[in-house]
Write a protein that binds this ligand. Structure first.
Ligand code: CA
Length: 227
């Protein structure tokens, strides 16, 4: 490791120890790239038939937000914020899913209203209906431990309650809500996040170099190599 890098690491350590207030972006709601990327869309209801399923499309995107997992939490606040109304919206959730065991997995979903689930590009649950609280179970999907599989969920909300719950189970995996730890944001989103984190670290280093260089001692990392 060269000396300049050593100095930079020392400064980063110094910055984290003294916890300076700096103009960096707020922490993401998910940790270490876990979770799913949610995209939220507004739709126009058919004024003559509020049960017209054909209105639920994905062409009027209003915003996006990372979610930890699909655990039954209400989407109403998010739709209110992005669309201005909790009624007649759609959402799409994407990322990757990593199983713990090499086994056949079965997915179960329940929601208010309907949903579709793809794993590794294969549509395994198709419940595109204005109905609610009706659990749907997939056919078994063969997965390998530790491997990232693309996951996509599409969701429609007519009116009233608005939520989704996604569970999995296998011979070794007890049926549970798929946890945040098994879900990862899409790779392009991860790269954007990591770039932002790196930019924030560089901003910290810039700030510290300008304001605190005289207080940083290289002895912190290399006690025997620096005079
Ligand atoms: Ca609903």
């Amino acid at each position: 490791m060269n000396r300049v890098l050593g100095i930079l690491l020392a400064i980063i350590l110094f910055a984290s120890i003294i916890n300076l207030p700096m103009n960096v972006r707020a922490a993401d709601p998910t940790m270490d790239g876990h979770g799913l990327l949610g995209e939220f869309f507004k739709v126009e209801k058919n004024p003559d038939n509020r049960n017209d399923i054909s209105v639920f499309k994905f062409d009027d995107k209003r915003g996006e937000r990372a979610v930890a997992n699909l655990n039954g939490d209400s989407f109403i606040d998010i739709f209110n914020e992005f669309s201005g109304t909790p009624d007649f919206n759609t959402a799409r959730f994407t990322g990757t899913i990593v199983p713990e065991f090499t086994e056949d997995y079965t997915f179960s979903m329940e929601g208010d209203d309907g949903f579709r689930l793809w794993i590794n590009g294969e549509l395994i649950i198709d419940f595109w209906k204005q109905e609610w609280e009706k659990e749907q179970v997939s056919t078994p999907v063969s997965l390998e431990a530790g491997k990232h599989y693309d996951i996509k969920v599409e969701y429609l909300q007519g009116w009233g309650g608005s939520w989704l719950r996604m569970k999995w189970e296998s011979a070794s995996q007890v049926k549970e809500v798929v946890p945040e730890s098994a879900l990862f944001l899409p790779i392009e989103k991860l790269i954007t996040m990591k770039k932002a984190e790196l930019t924030a670290e560089i901003q910290k280093i810039d700030y510290l170099l300008k304001n605190f260089t005289d207080k940083v001692t290289i002895k912190f990392m290399y006690p025997n190599r620096v005079p």
